[in-house]
Design a protein around this ligand. Structure first.
Ligand code: FAD
Length: 462
């Protein structure tokens, strides 16, 4: 009987387990937390208190892995939105043009996403969840070439147990111990690239005011690094007519977590639209802070030696600055690739080198988008971009400047940011022609920024 073990039951682990269940007889998911009996917060996923955008790419893959996803989400009262139409965004170019981009998302709390996937998997007869089980080390064959299982601490009674496995997937997030475990076994730890913009989050939940409607599901105010304003924020309307409001400050412009400081920070964003909306709204949570936001890529794909039957996925492989909303979607893209590779090679034949090589290609574009943006800020730590990348940044500035004006450019930009298209799309000749056309006609970034801004006025009624 073939058996796979997954370390961690957050989104990467859950999606890996979903895929593995089609290829092995038994999947065991080991989670150090107590697993919830309903959609609720748990301590090892602290990010769940903060706004999570489900990018269109991640949503698309979830609908494939869980065919009832759309109907089930609708039944839970979760909206399906077009990110182009239902997002009101203020960027360096001003308020962007709202476009029907065909780029879909579900504005939903993170706990509900995880709960949905987990409760679906609990119905799979060959997937078992063991909670309060912390993996402490890898177990191998005598010459340490093949991982044959894991040693697990039972946090209930402090006993340890060895669990045999034909394949182990580490989806334990940013605190993954695999680099250390590899060294303990005589392998190299993966080289690590870190790009840290020192972004801090502060998030508060609000009840939407009764009897009022708003013409957006997401209200986004981006920071303007070229204008020296490093503060941004967003409101997402989620299930239960609640708002999750996340404020972020880059290069240690950390948003305060006290009531007045939170509001004052909102007032200092490049637009006061968020402040105007939340200042009289009813908070239903304290303000939560979060600062572990650096991009970290553990380059497993660069290692020349790997123990067989061990794979690392999700944030444990590469974690992104969360402000770009990519982590869950990249986890889904990785799970999709795992599916393809297992179909091709089978669980016993899939070599780590092949796996990491393929995943590195998935990671490359989101990494470029996140770090390229982060490195615009002077206080960001990491290798500065070369001249070519700086030219590309300048061009992207022009793209952003025309977002209030041009639907075609806007749609391409939204698709790239939702990982539906690669960033190279922005350099397609027709897009370049449109962007440069505005520039030549004299519509510059500064002018459009100064153009009258449509304040987000709540529409009363409905
Ligand atoms: C503030 C913030 C906001 C974010 N916003 C977004 C967003 O808008 N959109 C988006 O797509 N992504 C977002 N992300 C990223 C997203 O949360 C992650 O990419 C996603 O959770 C996938 O991570 P993961 O499953 O690999 O790891 P994690 O979510 O970190 O989960 C790791 C799991 O492994 C368990 N574990 C760890 N060690 C062990 C062990 N030894 N034994 C057993 N279990 C163990 C933990 O308890 C946990 O359950 C955000 C992240 C942060 C920090």
């Amino acid at each position: 009987m073939s058996h796979a073990v997954v370390i961690g039951s957050s989104l990467s682990g859950l999606l890996a387990a979903r895929v593995l269940s089609d290829y092995v007889d038994q999947v065991t998911v080991l989670e150090r937390d107590e697993l919830p009996e309903q959609a609720e917060y748990r301590g090892s996923v602290p990010q769940a208190r903060h706004l999570h955008v489900l990018l269109a790419k991640g949503r698309e893959i979830l609908t494939q892995l869980f065919p009832r996803f759309e109907a089930d989400f609708a039944a839970l009262g979760i909206a399906t939105i077009d990110i182009g139409l239902d997002t009101s965004a203020f960027t360096a170019g001003g308020w962007t043009k709202r476009v029907r981009a065909g780029v879909l998302s579900n504005p939903v709390s993170r706990v509900t996403i995880d709960w949905y996937v987990y409760s679906q998997l609990r119905q799979h007869p060959n997937v078992t969840f063991l909670s309060r089980r912390e993996v402490q080390r890898l177990v191998t064959d005598a010459d340490r070439r093949i991982v044959t299982g894991v040693e697990v601490l039972n946090r209930e009674d402090q006993s340890t147990q060895t669990l045999a496995a034909d394949l182990v997937i580490d989806a334990s997030g940013r605190t993954s111990k695999t680099p250390q475990w590899l060294q303990d076994l005589g392998y190299d730890a993966p080289p690590r690239t870190v790009v840290n913009s020192y972004l801090g989050y502060a998030t508060r939940w609000f009840q939407m005011p009764a009897g009022q409607t708003f013409d957006w599901h997401i209200l986004l105010i981006t920071a303007l690094p070229t204008k020296g304003n490093f503060r941004g924020g967003a409101i997402q309307r989620i299930e239960g007519d609640r708002w999750v409001v996340t404020l972020g400050g880059v290069n240690k412009t950390y948003p305060p977590t006290d009531d007045d400081g939170f509001l004052e920070f909102a007032r200092q964003l490049p637009s006061t639209a968020i402040y105007e909306i939340i200042k009289d709204a009813e908070p239903i949570s304290p303000v939560y802070g979060y600062r572990r936001t650096e991009n970290i890529w553990n380059h497993y794909e660069r290692l020349s030696r790997h123990p067989e039957h061990l794979l690392v996925m999700g944030d444990a492989y590469c974690g992104f600055n969360p402000i770009y909303g990519q982590g869950m979607s990249v986890a889904a893209m990785e799970a999709q690739k795992l599916d393809e590779l297992l179909r091709q090679y089978g669980p016993a034949g899939l070599s780590p080198a092949v796996f990491y090589g393929v995943l590195a290609k998935i990671i490359a574009n989101p990494w470029l988008l996140a770090t390229g943006e982060d490195l615009r800020y002077p206080g960001t730590e990491g290798d500065r971009p070369g001249w070519l990348a700086r030219m590309a940044q300048k061009y992207v500035d022009r793209v952003i400047a025309v977002l209030p004006l041009d639907e075609v450019v806007g749609t391409a930009f939204i698709k790239v940011n939702n990982l539906m298209e690669p960033p190279q799309v922005l350099f397609r000749p027709d897009i370049i022609a449109r962007v440069l056309g505005y520039t030549l006609r004299g519509v510059r970034q500064d002018e459009s920024l100064n153009a009258p801004v449509q304040p987000m006025k709540p529409a009363v009624g409905d």
